[in-house]
Design a protein. Structure first.
Length: 371
């Protein structure tokens, strides 16, 4: 009997080792295209309601419902993203060329700004060396020299990576189709295979779906709207490279305690200081009254009470995710943080239940302790 138990225990250990080994090997194979797999899973999770809507109207055609959902995603996500990226490249190239040619002179811009300041403000800035226009100009030129080398290097890398980018997008779309079509079956299969109690599995997978949707709807979508509004007001006011600055504002809006105001507010101050009073006031009013309120108005409506990660956790996990994984870390960082909190919350509740059970058992044995 004991021999059979030892044999079964050995077989279990060998099977677990084999399971881990093949899982790691499979992940290693997918590693070159982990971004494509990641965003396919994210998009499939976010657009499940759209897929269900098509599925209800096409109950006999899962393939057509998945294909229409895929076209919907391409139309509202990928095509606008492609046009935005093209506009960013165009505006960044034009802005960089104007700086190189001297059409945009940061020394003159800084001098105009300093001349418009009161004496106490100029004295304050002098302590930090900001009033030394020639020194600032030299620093700008040095940064431009470094920037030219950086852009040249990136241009080569982009040219070399075009084929890989197209391949990644193709893989993402191909995988996304099957996740939309068979995602429910795959999810149920994964849930059954995970060696955890049912309540743990349900809690973890529900948390995963909730956090992904909350991050996309309540963070990325809100940031996109803020960036769009910021770029729109920059375009209306005639500020250079509105699309580029809009994207910068959208990126900064992803970070709690930072936000788009770190871009539009200094520009508004510059406009006021250089005599463009009307433009400066309009930018401040629009930034505070429209851009600043988007987060407070949209996020509760889009997310509700789905997730409640503290802002400091979101900030740290987002920055850490970006540092480790690049742009993918925008979602992966907070997702890992949310799963970390969920796992420890389950562990804490389980431990609390065990403690309550132990106290109940002890009280039953010794009624005087409960008195």
């Amino acid at each position: 009997m004991s021999r059979d138990i030892k044999k079964n225990a050995l077989q279990d250990k060998v099977f677990v080792a084999l399971l881990v080994a093949v899982s790691v090997a499979f992940a290693w194979i997918l590693l070159p295209f982990y971004s494509a797999v990641l965003w396919a899973v994210i998009l499939a999770t976010v657009f499940v309601p759209v897929q269900r809507w098509f599925r209800q109207r096409l109950p006999r055609s899962r393939n057509l419902a998945a294909f229409l959902t895929l076209l919907f995603i391409v139309g509202i996500v990928l095509i606008p993203l492609a046009f935005t990226m093209a506009s960013i490249v165009s505006e960044a190239t034009t802005l960089y060329g104007n700086i190189q040619s001297g059409d945009i002179n940061f020394g003159q811009i800084l001098q105009r700004f300093l001349n418009a300041l009161p004496s106490w403000a100029s004295d304050f800035l002098a302590h930090f060396g900001v009033t030394d226009v020639e020194d600032v100009q030299k620093r700008v030129i040095a940064l431009l020299a470094e920037g030219s080398q950086f852009f040249a290097t990136q241009a080569v890398l982009v040219g070399q990576g075009t084929a890989n980018a197209l391949l990644s997008v193709s893989i993402m779309l191909y995988l996304l189709f099957f996740l939309l079509r068979d995602g429910g079956v795959l999810a149920r299969g994964i849930i059954r295979a995970v060696p955890l109690a049912g309540e743990y599995k349900n809690a973890l997978f529900e948390k995963f779906a909730v956090v992904v949707r909350a991050m996309v709807k309540g963070t990325i979508l809100v940031a996109i709207v803020q960036g769009f509004l910021g770029g729109l007001i920059f375009w209306v006011l005639g500020i250079h490279a509105p699309v580029l600055w809009g994207v910068v504002m959208a990126f900064l809006a992803l970070l709690p305690a930072v936000g788009a105001s770190i871009v539009w507010f200094p520009v508004a101050i510059y406009l006021l200081a250089t005599g463009a009073i009307a433009k400066g006031l309009v930018l401040i009013a629009f930034g505070a009254g429209v851009i600043g309120l988007v987060d407070n108005l949209m996020r509760p409506y889009l997310v509700g009470k789905d997730t409640a990660l503290p802002d400091y956790i979101v900030l740290i996990s987002t920055l850490g995710g970006i540092a480790v994984l690049g742009l993918n870390g925008l979602v992966v960082g907070p997702l890992i943080a949310a799963m970390f909190i969920a796992v420890w919350d389950i562990a804490a509740r389980n431990n609390g239940a065990d403690d309550d059970g132990a106290e109940t058992a002890q009280a039953a044995k010794d009624p005087s302790r409960s008195a």
